[in-house]
Design a protein around this ligand. Sequence first.
Ligand SMILES: Cc1ncc(COP(=O)(O)O)c(C=O)c1O
Length: 369
Amino acid sequence: MPLVPSYIASLRPYEPGRSPEEVKRRYGLARVVKLASNENPLGPSPKAMEAMRASLGGLQLYPDGGLALREVLAKRFLVRVENVIAGSGSEGIMANIIRTFLCDGDEVLTTEAAFIGFQVLARSRGVRYRTAPYREWRYDLAALAREINENTKIVYLANPNNPTGTIFTRDEFEEFYRHVPERVLIILDEAYFEYAMDNPDYPDSMRYRYDNVITLRTFSKAYGLAGARIGYGFAHGELIGNLLKVKLPFEPATAAEAAGIAALEDDEFLRRTLELNAAGRRFLTEALGELGYEVAPSNANFVMIVMAGEQHAARLTDALLGRGIIVRPLGAFGLPQCLRISTGTREDNELLVEEMRRMHASVGTARGG
Ligand SMILES: Cc1ncc(COP(=O)(O)O)c(C=O)c1O
């Protein structure tokens, strides 16, 4: 008997994007720009950093399981504490959902090339993992609705989606929801919520209050706290109650929780983040489009470009690395012909476009090139 089940043995370990230090060393560069992991180019929320520092004096004590943050979120979103969960990043909560709700014989359903974190978690549970293809780089909710069968337990929807950056609209979601039986749990992953919330077509899931929907959000992106590992979720009290039975009791960490609570008050930081991102997203979409790339319409803090093939994408990734710019090739997601580029500071974005323009002439990496 092998020690490890075959569905674990066949997984590939998660490969994080390269770190700036590694790239500096390897290429002998003084400056490296990382546009690979959808991190906040402004750094962390200053209020969050201050609160985190202030919390350090209490590190000898076990955390409160996220209660203080849950209370703040409940007040802010006009729900009960029983409807809120906090965890080590939204992925921490996603891991709990997988452990809590899936039984052998259940199936999960999502789009092809879904967020890699979800792919890894679902596949590591050994249940059947089914997908429907994208339609013009957007979730095809009508196709997903048709794929739901008697074994479907979880439908995973990221909105905005990673790695495409696209959204499905309010009308599309409402129509989709009419076809989902109550026994199916919908995970609505809104890690990039803040970047899309001003789009009138965007369906903010907190408006719905459906009993079989769990909303996941994070402080990793718009609040710049990816390294702290703090996220949260909203759902019907019964769902949250079951998740709390399974959750590691001392997750999230005290300092991460303090950072999250303070970040929610940092309106000024959020405003600067969203302004910078909107300008960067516009700039990258237009400039890369002018270079001949197909750019998926993004509502997040990154853009995805589509290239002629895998080799083109690999060549461009390597060429950019050599120039000190780290972008994300999407082979591991299942889109080897695509690259994802996070928005950076204005200087970062301009540098990227300048380098791509320069390379474009020599390597011809756009769709037809
Ligand atoms: C769609 C999506 N969901 C969840 C996450 C994970 O967020 P967290 O850092 O809160 O675990 C990410 C991070 O890249 C993401 O892109």
